[in-house]
Design a protein around this ligand. Structure first.
Ligand code: PLP
Ligand SMILES: N[C@@H](CCOP(=O)(O)O)C(=O)O
Length: 396
C-alpha cells in the first residue's frame, strides 16, 4: 500500500485505511495473478472476481451485487453503452464497494460501521450492515437527501444523524470520529477496501465488451472514477487487455472542484464552500478522493467536463424517453457530459463509449416530477376523443 500524499509504503494490511504516517489516502497496489483468465471464473457479480480483490475475508456479506446490464443505446448512438448500476440491490453502484467494505469490517471483528452520505452510500451501508447483523450510523446533510434514499436508510434500520450543513461537513465529522473513536469502521470511499469492490465495474465492462475508447462517469466524492481506472489497469497487468479507456469525469456547475482543476491544468482543486446542484448525489465541494480522481483522469489521458443543472435534467429526460432507462440526476450527468463532449469534439461519435449510470431514478422522485408531463383529467366514458386527438396530434 502506498500513500498518495507522503509516499509511505507498507505491506498490504487490511487494518490500514489511511496512511499511518500522515493520514493521507492509501492506494492498494495489487499484483494480479499472471494466469488470470475470464474463462476460468465462476459465479456472478462482484465476487466472481475475488482473485483480483485484495484482502482476506472470513465472512462475505453479499446481497448479489454487481452483474449489472451493459445496455447498448438504441436511439442515441450505436457506439454508446449504458452500464446501469441502478440495478444493484439498493439501486446504486455503492453496493459493489459495500459488499467488500462490510465484509472487511466483519472480518476485522468490527460491530459498528459509519458513513457520511448524500443518500446512496447511506442506503447501501444500512442494507449491508443489516445483512451482517451489525449496527450502522449514517451522517446526512439535513434536508438535502433525496426522499427515496432517506426512506431506504430508515427501512434498513440505521441510526440517522443529521447535520446542519453540507455533505462535506458530514464527511469531516466521520473522518474525525473514525480517528478518535476507533470502534467505528468507516464505509466511505476514503476507505480503499471499498474501492476494491467498485473496480469490478471495469472487470464487467472488459469481460462483456472489451476495452471501450471512453468511460464517462459522474464525479462527487471522487472514488468511483479512480476505482474503475484501477480495475482496467489491473487487467492490463494480468495481460487480458492491453490498453485502458480514457476516463472522463463529469461534475455539475455548482459543485465542480475537480473538473475545474483539470480544465485549468491545476495540480489541486479549489474546494467549493457551498456546493449546489439538482444532482444531490454529487453536491460535494470538498471531494475526499480528489488526488485519486485527478490521477485516474490524467494517467488515462482523460478529461473532465462541467454540465449545468438544466443539461442534467434534459439528459435525465432523454435517457428515459429515448432509451427507457430511469437514472437519477447525478447519473444523467454522464449523458449530459457525453452530449457536450461530442459537441465540443472531445469525444467522437464513432468511439465506443460507456456511460456509468450510477443510480436508479426511483431514488429521487422529486427530480422525476420536474419533467413536463401530460396529465389529463378525463371522464372514463369519453376518453376516445382525447386518445385519438393525441394520436393525430390535434389536441391543443
Ligand atoms: C448516484 C451517484 N452518482 C455518482 C456519485 C459520485 O461518485 P463518487 O463519489 O465515487 O465520485 C455518487 C456518490 O458520490 C452517487 O450517489
Ligand atoms: N454520493 C455519495 C457521497 C459519499 O461518497 P462515498 O463514495 O465516499 O461514500 C453518497 O451516496 O453518499
Amino acid at each position: 500500500m502506498k500513500c498518495l500524499s507522503c509516499g509511505y509504503e507498507t505491506e498490504i494490511d487490511q487494518n490500514q485505511i489511511l496512511c499511518p504516517r500522515c493520514g493521507g489516502l492509501l492506494e492498494i497496489l495489487v499484483e494480479p495473478p499472471k494466469d488470470f483468465s475470464f474463462n476460468k471464473l465462476r459465479g456472478r457479480g462482484v465476487w466472481r472476481y475475488k482473485e483480483l480483490i485484495a484482502g482476506k475475508y472470513k465472512n462475505i456479506v453479499s446481497i448479489n451485487e454487481g452483474n449489472t446490464p451493459l445496455i447498448r443505446s438504441s436511439n442515441i448512438n450505436d457506439n454508446l453503452y449504458f452500464k446501469f448500476e441502478g440495478l444493484n440491490p439498493t439501486g446504486s453502484f455503492k453496493d459493489r464497494g459495500m459488499t467488500v467494505a462490510v465484509s472487511s469490517a466483519v472480518s476485522l471483528n468490527y460491530k459498528t460501521v459509519i458513513a457520511a452520505s448524500t443518500g446512496n452510500t447511506a442506503a447501501s451501508a444500512a442494507a449491508y450492515a443489516a445483512r451482517a447483523g451489525i449496527k450502522s450510523f449514517i451522517v446526512l446533510p439535513k434536508g438535502k437527501v433525496a426522499l427515496g434514499k432517506l426512506a431506504q436508510s430508515i427501512l434498513y434500520g440505521s441510526v440517522i444523524l443529521e447535520v446542519d450543513g453540507s455533505f462535506d461537513v458530514a464527511m469531516d465529522a466521520v473522518m474525525r470520529l473514525y480517528k478518535d473513536l476507533k470502534v467505528v469502521y468507516p464505509l466511505n470511499s476514503f476507505n480503499p477496501w471499498r474501492l476494491e469492490g467498485q473496480k469490478t465495474i471495469a472487470f464487467e465492462i472488459a469481460e462483456e465488451l472489451g476495452v471501450p475508447d471512453n468511460v464517462i462517469i459522474p464525479v462527487g466524492n471522487a472514488g468511483n472514477i479512480y476505482a474503475i481506472w484501477k480495475g482496467f489497469n489491473e487487467l492490463v497487468k494480468t495481460g487480458v487487455i492491453n490498453t485502458i479507456p480514457r476516463m472522463i469525469g463529469i461534475q455539475a456547475e455548482g459543485a465542480s472542484p475537480i473538473a475545474t482543476a483539470i480544465i485549468k491544468g491545476k495540480d489541486s482543486p479549489d474546494f467549493v464552500e457551498n456546493p449546489d446542484t439538482v444532482a444531490t448525489a454529487i453536491r460535494i465541494g470538498k471531494p475526499v478522493n480528489w488526488q485519486k480522481a485527478m490521477k485516474a483522469i490524467r494517467e488515462s489521458n482523460g478529461t473532465a467536463i462541467v454540465v449545468s443543472d438544466s443539461e442534467i435534467l434534459d439528459a435525465q429526460k432523454t435517457l428515459a424517453r429515448k432509451e427507457g432507462i430511469g437514472a437519477e440526476p447525478a447519473s444523467a450527468a454522464a449523458l449530459a457530459g457525453y452530449i457536450k463532449a461530442i459537441n465540443e469534439k472531445v469525444v467522437d461519435k464513432d468511439e465506443k463509449t460507456v456511460l456509468i449510470l450510477t443510480g436508479h431514478s426511483l431514488k429521487d422522485p422529486d427530480s422525476m416530477t420536474k419533467a413536463e408531463a401530460k396529465r389529463i383529467l378525463v371522464n372514463p366514458l369519453h376518453m376516445e376523443k382525447i386518445i385519438l386527438g393525441e394520436i393525430n396530434g390535434s389536441n391543443s
